[in-house]
Design a protein around this ligand. Structure first.
Ligand code: NAD
Length: 260
């Protein structure tokens, strides 16, 4: 039997991260869940994902703003399972505000969680991946990694940054059996977007329904939200042998948003 792979998915207690964890679990990987969750919610997520895999599912609550906790997440996974084969950098937060009024601590948190945490996970995971000659790294960027929207300076900067990081690491690992790619989803209805709808409504003086219709679905030509499962299936594909030659690129799942 082929060796069972082990995957870390940061920010996987809800939304897209949890969806990716479930998709990878269905291919029987060991799964390390992560996120800022209450004990009960973390236990619920572990139980949900455990039902889907013959591997083992654990939770690690490393805070993606803390470099030492991030390094420990990778090291403790290698210690428990012998490897980190798949690394999904998904944890992310959003804040919507004019740049002149953008709270400095929100800028710092968004850059730390949405961009710098991926530097720390990759830095810690690559030596083991190189030694074993195998690794699949998937960065969850966004349509906002390719284009901008007003009032999202930190998020757009972080997501553009992660595409640059993806390309650079691809060049550094191209001969090592490692691939690294980004997925750029359009709007997916998750807790992150629900918060953003409320913030945008306040910022632009609109109702939440007006924001959904005139801001969100306006950006997305299909006029439909992308589903968590659609993003998760792309992540799963990137871990398969068929995706061996895909590296250093980004895959848009945005209902035509960035074609405009
Ligand atoms: P979500 O709020 O449902 O999930 C975010 C996850 O990140 C949660 O598990 C949360 O606990 C975790 N997290 C937040 N801060 C953390 C920290 N300091 N340390 C560890 N974990 C932390 O949001 P989502 O929509 O599923 O977003 C997941 C990723 O997808 C983000 O990177 C987001 O930018 C990206 N994305 C989302 C959309 C969308 O429309 N929802 C579109 C494009 C990209």
């Amino acid at each position: 039997m082929e060796k069972r792979h082990t995957a870390i998915i940061t920010g996987s207690t809800s939304g897209i991260g949890l969806g990716i964890a479930k998709a990878l679990a269905r291919s029987d990987m060991n799964i390390v869940l992560n996120g800022l969750a209450k004990d009960d919610d973390a236990a619920k997520a572990v139980a949900e994902v455990q039902k889907l895999t013959k591997g083992k599912v654990v939770f690690n609550g490393a805070d993606m703003t803390k470099p030492k906790e991030i390094a420990d997440l990778v090291q403790s996974t290698e210690k428990e399972f012998g490897a980190v084969d798949v690394l999904v950098n998904n944890a992310g937060i959003q804040h919507v505000s004019k740049i002149e009024e953008f709270p400095i601590e929100k800028w710092d948190a968004i850059i730390a969680i949405n961009l710098t945490s991926a530097f720390h996970t990759i830095r810690a995971a690559l030596p083991g991946m190189k030694k074993r000659g195998f690794g699949r790294i998937i960065n969850i960027a966004s349509a906002h990694g390719l284009v901008a929207s007003p009032y999202k300076s930190a998020y757009v900067a972080a997501k553009h940054g992660i595409l640059g990081l993806t390309k650079t690491v691809a060049l550094e690992t191209a001969e090592d059996g490692i691939t690294i790619n980004a997925i750029c989803p359009g709007y997916v209805e998750t807790p992150l977007v629900e918060g953003q709808i409320a913030d945008t409504a306040r910022e632009r003086g609109m109702t939440e329904d007006e924001v959904k219709e005139n801001v969100i679905l306006k950006a997305q030509p299909t006029k439909e939200f992308v589903s968590v499962e659609e993003v998760a299936d792309i992540a799963l594909f990137l871990t398969t042998p068929s995706a061996r030659s895909i590296t250093g690129t980004s895959i848009s799942v945005d209902g035509g948003w960035t074609a405009q």
